[in-house]
Every structure is written in C-alpha cells, then in structure tokens.
Design a binder for this molecule. Structure first.
Ligand code: PGA
Length: 249
C-alpha cells in the first residue's frame, strides 16, 4: 500500500493583515526554486483568502480556511460557509481545531456536520482531534482521541478526500511535544480506526501531527510511522521557518 502523500499545512490563526502576504509570496518563491516532496497549504484568516489566492496564482501552494459553517448560506450573522471559502479560492478547510472546540463550544457532532458541508462545497477537510493534558495524565489519551475520530467523521467518507490532524491540546503553542513513541501509538490507533471505518480510503488518508512543530523538531516527528505531515501554527508565519519544516519530510 503506498503511503498517503504528505501534507504540510500552515495555520495562521488570527494573524495576518495584507502585508503578511509577503510571507506567502516568499514561500512560493522558495518552493519554485526547489519543489517540495509534500503538498503545501497555507490557511490564513478568511479575510486574506481571496488576496492570497491572487498572490499565489501559479504556485503549488493550496489555500485553506480555518473553519466553516455547516450550512451553505442563511441567516447566520458573522459565519462563513464552505461554499464561500471555495469561492474565495480555498481548496481545504481546518475543522474542529481545539481553539474552536474550546472557544466556541464545538462538539464532535458539530464538526461532523461541517465536514459534510466542506465536502459538499468541494473542500478537503482537515479534521482536528487531540486530548487535554488531564486526559493524557489520566491515561485516557487514546480513548479520547478515538472517540473524537469516530464522532467528528461522518459515516460515509469512503472514497472521499480528507485528512485528520492529531493535535494534543497541551502541545499547541506551548513548545511542548509528546514523546515520539506516544505520537506513534496515537497515529497507529487513528490509522486503525480509519481503516476500520473507511477501508482503503482510511489507509490512504493523511494523518498529520500538530502542536509546537518547529524547524528543530520537524525531522524527527515527520519520520514517525503514520505521521503523514504536519499542521503548523506559529512556525508557519515566517516563510524561512516554514520552508525548513516543509523540507524536513
Ligand atoms: P502551534 O499550533 O504550531 O503554534 O503549536 C498548531 C495548531 O494549533 O494548529
């Protein structure tokens, strides 16, 4: 079985005004000079998607949103649909990030509905899962994450294109990362679930690791079995840092 093509996705979170497009252009220049083995994506704030799509036209960098509403349109003040992200130039969307789960009360069922919306619009969802520090300390990390995988992924994903990102909540933005053996055990558990649920599609679905991925630790993390890429926050804001992570696979 050929392993999934790796994906390195940058999550800019709520960072970036128009001037930050310079970093996206710089990244495109670096990738043009030396193409990457991995697929590369940048997920800027929704306000920058359209401008970034123009700035990166002709490059190999895909653009993603950071969230979407499940419905295609309607009376949902302040929300953005998958169709709107796609229309603006996105090809992917991050869903169920722990900052959305914690800050906006998103449940696994909410995330599953968003996955359906993203696929309806033709976006590739990157579905985030991950345990809290208390859950890891209590020895429940794998159970918690498997529950999220089962709850946040709709039942009919066989044949569909999507990715899962394992992001331990306590590793995000903290500079902490799990032991490599713990990452390996978690990715193996997620892989087993994906294969059980979706057959060959589950074997071909990229499982990304996210949480304090930096140039200094990217190589060892990306070498772990069943780690098929990374979801990178802080270190994706600077092209010179992000390119080192991209080149680490
Ligand atoms: P971080 O964020 O790389 O800054 O830890 C990762 C994420 O939240 O996706």
């Amino acid at each position: 079985m050929t392993p999934p093509r790796p994906l390195i996705a940058g999550n800019w979170k709520m960072h970036g005004l128009a001037a930050a497009l310079e970093e996206a252009r710089a990244l495109a220049g670096l990738l043009k000079a030396q193409p990457a083995a991995a697929r590369v994506a940048l997920c800027p704030p929704a306000t920058l998607i359209d401008q970034m799509a123009w700035a990166l036209k002709g490059s190999d960098i895909a653009i993603g949103g950071q969230d979407c509403r499940a419905e295609a349109s309607g009376a949902f003040t302040g929300d953005v649909s998958a169709e709107m992200l796609k229309d603006a130039g996105a090809a992917l969307v991050i869903l169920g990030h722990s900052e959305r789960r914690a800050g906006h009360g998103e449940s696994d069922a909410d995330v599953a509905a968003k996955v359906v919306g993203a696929l309806r619009a033709g976006l590739e969802p990157i579905v985030c899962v991950g345990e809290s520090l208390a859950e890891r300390r209590a020895g429940h990390a794998i159970d918690v994450v498997q529950g999220q995988v089962r709850g946040a992924l709709p039942a009919d994903l066989a044949g569909r294109t999507f990715a899962v990102a394992y992001e331990p909540v306590w590793a995000i933005g903290s500079g902490l990362t799990p032991r490599l053996a713990d990452i390996e055990a978690m990715h193996a558990a997620i892989r087993a679930d994906l294969i059980e649920a979706f057959g060959p599609t589950g074997a071909a679905t990229p499982i990304l690791y996210g949480g304090s991925v930096k140039p200094a630790n990217a190589r060892e993390i990306l070498a772990v079995a069943d780690v098929n890429g990374a979801l990178v926050g802080g270190a994706s804001l600077k092209a010179t840092d992000f390119i080192e992570i991209i080149r680490a696979i």
